[in-house]
Design a binder for this molecule. Structure first.
Ligand SMILES: O=C(O)CCC(=O)C(=O)O
Ligand SMILES: [Fe+2]
Length: 702
């Protein structure tokens, strides 16, 4: 390295100052240097962490974790790190302490927000665009940046390959591709990508853990001092308190690596779920040896997992008793280290106080001290009571159909009057309804593929119940399929009525089957939404934090439902926000048979993320308490249907109620829910404000 690394926070502060003074060349240079320095510091920390011994590796057994020998190890390691960093940084590591705020800015890629404007002012369009894109990847709810990017897209001098993520990691690309192959039963490709993603995840984890150790942040030091004063500590206590902070920080890395940039919540149980998927995929491609190895590795996390234990037995028989099946070494190390750190943390929490938000779902019960378990049980009890309260408030009635489950309620969706049901349709019913959309598309009657009113990058096709029945009359689609559309929407109506407004009739207001199809070749680094954030019965005014319940809004709509039919597309998640339209509070990923329902008012602003590949189909449903606004088309459609039934003199078919959805774990939640695991100990994705303060926003410069 070339001499001393200038602390990135200094460069950043100077860069922002130059930006505000509109000295664009200087601003661009300083901001870029701050990013380099930040990367350099991370590299140095990683390298040093690797070079200095991992003290936890020296601790043997659970007895007396905090003995003198252990403290020696901790101190020695701290010493080693200090020297190593000093050498690599060309100066005292303490010079690189930064405040929480600055660290957060860098984690959220804020420097790129400024860089974009500086480059734009310098007429360096290519760099402006890649800075904008890099920022936006981590801040997809940033409306201003979305607009900026739209402007770039319309500019003639901008090449499409300028929309680059300068901070891209291979992890998410590999993971998503892996899961997609897995979904498509392409197990050979799935294995390759998931192995890559697991490797990347473990290495990202190491990097993240390295950042937990010096140079310490100022605010953490403050906290620490308070703790020290509280307990008048000796040297060991001081080291212990300090060290516990590091351990907690390292444990939180699991969440950090499992959170995709721009997303709010982590993919649950990221590492074990890789092994779960890999085990199945290896099995499918006939590689029993590696499948067994993954099973053994998975069992390190969930030793009592019945299905996996069964698989293990099977492999033992198949491979012969002589073949030793062992877990992967790096996973063994990972689990041991994690358990050891948890033990130390719990020991400290028990004796020194404080709290620990364990990020893992797999932590064995025995590890948690009795009195903390007690606390944990109380928390759970309280949470249950809260749920009951919400249910009470929402006057939740019993569900009118068997086999349907409530997957998320308002509390879990951080809002009011929101719910997700699953298993409302079977796979075969989804297929039939999808066939309806395909057949209808071919006739050109009533089902016109046209550009979406919301985005030029998608086609938008809609089919009402009346159109479906009319097409059945014309012989263009099956009567059975048209009837299914009527039945599915009626079933949804009953579910929603009984859940939200038992005893108060809900009428259909409008129903249509709608597909959103990505327009091929126009998806690259697309930044708009499939459906902008809106509320269903009022006009949102995010600036005024208001929602005007007046025309042209459909003011009489009281409840909304969306019944999803498929998941073989990319993007297309539904999300809820606060009134500001940017603070995302909940996300729902479509899949066959999933029904999301919510009240249509200002309490539920929502939007749909871009569909970037494939076709996303759903039955969109709106309901009203007002009889006079009841959907007339539907009355007509039902009449036609009855006429036909009378002609045929056949009884009406019944919708299948409840479904058996196979036993394979779905990759969206790779750990089947019936596996024993503690619930609610992990942190809940709360609301997350992604819009930055206005005064520093580059937008004024456009
Ligand atoms: O399709 C979805 O998930 C939501 C659509 C929606 O919000 C609407 O059409 O009003
Ligand atoms: Fe909507």
């Amino acid at each position: 390295t070339t001499g001393r690394l200038v602390p990135y926070d200094l460069l950043y502060a100077d860069g922002v100052r130059a930006y505000l003074a509109r000295e664009w060349t200087r601003a661009a240079e300083l901001l870029q240097r701050s990013l380099h320095s930040y990367a350099g510091l991370r590299e140095a920390r990683s390298a040093c962490c690797h070079a200095c011994h991992d003290e936890v590796a020296f601790v043997r057994g659970p007895a007396a974790p905090w003995d003198a020998a252990f403290f020696d190890q901790v101190l020695q390691r701290a010493d080693c790190l200090q020297h190593c960093l000093g050498r690599r940084l060309g100066g005292p590591p303490s010079a690189h302490r930064v405040s929480h705020a600055i660290r957060r800015d860098f984690e959220q890629r804020e420097p790129y927000n400024y860089l974009q404007v500086a480059f734009f002012q310098l007429k360096k369009l290519d760099q402006a665009v890649s800075a904008a894109h890099t920022f936006f990847v981590a801040n997809p709810q940033h409306l201003q940046m979305r607009e900026d990017i739209e402007k770039y897209r319309r500019m003639s001098g901008v090449k499409s390959d300028s929309f680059r993520d300068l901070e891209a990691t291979p992890l998410w690309e590999a993971y998503e591709a892996g899961v997609q192959h897995y979904n498509a039963d392409e197990y050979l490709q799935a294995v390759a990508r998931l192995e890559e993603s697991l490797r990347e995840a473990l290495s990202a984890l190491e990097e993240c853990r390295a950042l937990c150790e010096g140079p310490w942040e100022e605010e953490e030091e403050e906290e620490e001092k308070e703790e020290k004063e509280d307990m008048q500590p000796g040297l060991y206590e001081a080291i212990a308190a300090h060290y516990v902070q590091v351990l907690k920080c390292r444990q939180q890395c699991v969440l950090e690596i499992a959170t995709k940039p721009g997303r709010i919540s982590a993919t649950e149980d990221f590492i074990p779920s890789h092994l779960d998927l890999l085990q199945f995929a290896y099995d499918q491609v006939g590689n029993q040896t590696l499948a067994a190895e993954c099973a053994a590795s998975y069992l390190l996390f969930y030793p009592m997992d019945e299905p996996m234990l069964e698989k293990m037995n099977q492999y033992r028989t198949e491979l012969g008793e002589d073949t030793a099946v062992t877990a992967r070494e790096n996973i063994q190390h990972y689990v041991q280290r994690s358990l050891m750190e948890k033990k130390l943390i719990y020991y400290a929490v028990e004796h020194l106080g404080g709290t620990f938000n364990d990020p893992d779902l797999w932590t064995p019960d025995e590890l948690i001290p009795e009195n903390l378990k007690e606390q944990h049980r109380e928390d759970q009890e309280k949470q249950k009571q809260d749920t009951l309260d919400v249910e009470e408030r929402e006057k939740k009635g019993p569900l009118p159909f068997e086999g349907i489950i409530v997957t998320m309620d308002s509390r879990q969706m951080n809002g009011t009057q929101r719910v997700v049901f699953d298993r409302v349709l079977t796979e075969s019913e989804c297929r039939d309804l999808l066939r309806l959309t395909k057949a209808a598309g071919g006739t050109g009657d009533g089902y016109r593929g046209r550009r979406s009113p919301h985005t030029p990058h998608e086609r938008f096709e809609g089919l009402t119940v009346l159109k479906a029945v009319q097409m059945a009359q014309n012989g263009d689609v099956d009567w059975k399929d048209a009837k299914l559309l009527l039945q599915a929407s009626e079933k949804s109506r009953k579910i929603i009525e009984s859940y939200f407004t038992p005893g108060k009739k809900l009428h259909f207001s409008f129903t249509h089957l709608v597909c959103r199809t990505a327009v091929e070749g126009e998806q690259e680094s697309r930044m708009d939404l499939s459906h902008p954030v809106h509320a269903d019965n009022c006009l949102l005014d995010p600036e005024g934090n208001e929602c005007w319940r007046e025309p042209p809004a459909y003011v009489y709509r009281d409840y909304s439902g969306i019944l999803y039919l498929n998941d073989d597309f990319q993007g297309g998640g539904l999300f809820f926000t606060e009134l500001d339209t940017v603070t995302v509070t909940a996300k729902v990923y479509p899949k066959c048979g999933r029904l999301v329902a919510f009240s249509s008012g200002k309490e539920n602003p929502h939007g749909v993320w871009a569909v970037s590949r494939g076709r996303r189909c759903a039955v969109a449903l709106w309901y009203t308490h007002s009889q006079e606004h009841a959907e007339q088309e539907r009355v007509k459609a039902e009449e036609l249907m009855e006429q036909r039934a009378a002609e045929q003199d056949k009884p009406n078919g019944q919708l299948h109620q409840g479904a058996d959805h196979g036993s394979r774990s779905s990759p969206e939640s790779p750990v089947p829910s019936d596996r024993a695991r503690p619930t609610s100990r992990r942190h809940k994705p709360g609301s997350d404000r992604t819009q930055r303060p206005k005064e520093l926003r580059p937008r004024d410069e456009f």
